[in-house]
Design a protein around this ligand. Structure first.
Ligand SMILES: *[C@@H]1O[C@H](CO)[C@@H](O)[C@H](O)[C@H]1NC(C)=O
Ligand SMILES: *[C@@H]1O[C@H](CO)[C@@H](O)[C@H](O)[C@H]1NC(C)=O
Ligand SMILES: *[C@@H]1O[C@H](CO)[C@@H](O)[C@H](O)[C@H]1NC(C)=O
Length: 378
């Protein structure tokens, strides 16, 4: 049998190319690997068979411990999100509670980061391996090109000792109600250490593009420096030291053994001349420690804890025009809403409060959707 070149082309090469084109279309379409950043999001609608993908979730023992009430709701339109290691220089958020959606306040924080960094990838890590894609605020965020969701698989995050044994023995469960906060401290430090990037708390509204230098944190009051909004290069030695020391210094009954206290302590040890407790630096000055920059309080926590409670309340005060006044003279990069204060409140978007004004300026899509929703419910 003689196979001519033309025949070979017709019989083998063309079908081969067609199958390739088809396959790559299928992959790009359904597994979202087109952006280079391989977050595989599997879409499910009610009635579909979830067997293989849900097996992984059902066998994840830590999930049953952190989120005992979590069930995959096969009646809802869900996205199953998979663990994806961070790429270089990403802005990321970490949700260590078990809901499948963000609150409006958290969604505003995420949108504000996207809004001020259109060229950056913004990633949300969620402890829940599914998200409700039909929820109004999730729908808005999922439409944004530079936004991804990744499962916060704790077995992946804590894959190296000593955090591995700390996690395997479930020592974090000893913190009771404070477990999500404790996990958040440990997760952010390990992710920043391993991959580098910018970490942002889910209760921080970003007000402008973040500083373009690496290795920074900010002072929150005259005692503490915090990583609540911070940026590091991968493998930073101070973060390595902190992640190594977490299992040793973790005190389950104390509120904050591995959070800002630990960061501040390590900075004092490294740079005793520059970093003291309480600080000897004037509030408006920068502090430096080796290759790290500590921004003054006013640039990240212009209204903050440890102040008169009336001042913290001012974030939500209505009817005094505080919102427009605050932004007239504002140079801060972010505004913290302090979860413990803000999660119990309904925020009136028609008001002139600082939080309403911050939302209007920095998370315009979420703001618009909430306003429309308010109108409908009136
Ligand atoms: C799913 O739908 C069925 C029938 O409509 C209902 O009985 C069941 O409670 C629903 N399950 C959940 C988890 O909502
Ligand atoms: C930030 O710095 C990097 C390198 O130092 C540079 O490539 C990048 O363009 C800068 N981005 C902005 C927004 O200035
Ligand atoms: C302490 O701060 C000064 C600037 O205020 C800086 O030049 C110096 O390098 C810092 N010391 C250390 C150990 O980082």
């Amino acid at each position: 049998m003689v196979i001519t070149a033309r025949k070979a082309l017709r019989v083998f090469v063309i079908p081969f190319l067609m199958i390739n084109v088809l396959l790559s279309f299928v992959f790009v379409r359904y597994f979202d690997i087109s952006g280079g950043y391989g977050n595989r999001v599997l879409k499910y609608s009610p009635g579909q068979n979830l067997v293989e993908e849900t097996r992984v979730i059902r066998e994840s023992k830590w999930l049953a411990h952190l989120c005992p009430k979590y069930r995959i709701n096969t009646n809802a339109s869900l996205d199953i999100v998979t663990w994806t290691p961070l790429q270089e220089d990403v802005i990321f958020f970490v949700k260590t509670t078990c809901q499948t959606k963000l609150s409006a306040r958290e969604a505003c924080a995420v949108e504000s980061a996207i809004h001020h960094h259109p060229q950056h990838l913004v990633v949300l890590f969620t402890a829940s391996p599914t998200i409700t894609r039909t929820h109004p605020v999730m729908k808005i965020l999922l439409k944004m090109d530079n936004f991804r969701v990744s499962w916060l698989d704790l077995d992946e995050v804590f894959s190296e000792d000593p955090l591995l044994s700390w996690h395997r023995d479930r020592l974090w469960m000893l913190s009771g109600d404070r477990t999500p906060a404790v996990l958040n401290d440990a997760v952010r430090t390990e992710l920043l250490h391993r991959y580098g990037g910018t970490y942002v708390d889910l209760d921080a509204i970003i007000l402008k593009s973040l500083p373009n230098i690496t290795n920074w944190m900010a002072r929150v009051d005259d005692r503490l420096i915090t990583s609540a909004v911070s940026r590091f290069r991968p493998g930073h030695p101070m973060l390595k030291e902190i992640t190594q020391s977490i299992p040793r210094v973790y005190a389950p009954s104390s509120c904050c053994s591995i959070g800002p206290e630990l960061f501040t302590q390590r900075l004092i040890e490294r740079c005793p001349e520059n970093i003291t407790q309480p600080t000897s630096t004037q509030p408006e000055y920068f502090e430096f420690c080796q290759d790290m920059t500590i921004f003054p309080r006013k640039l990240f926590y212009p209204i903050h804890y440890g102040y008169k409670s009336t001042e913290l309340e001012s974030i939500f005060t209505e009817g005094l025009g505080l919102g427009p006044a605050f932004f007239k003279q504002q140079e801060a990069y972010s505004l913290h809403l302090y979860h413990s204060l803000s999660n119990k409140r309904d925020i009136d978007l028609k008001s002139d409060s600082i939080v309403a004004e911050a939302a209007k300026r920095n998370c315009p899509m979420i703001y618009k959707a909430l306003k429309a929703q308010n109108r409908r419910s009136q």
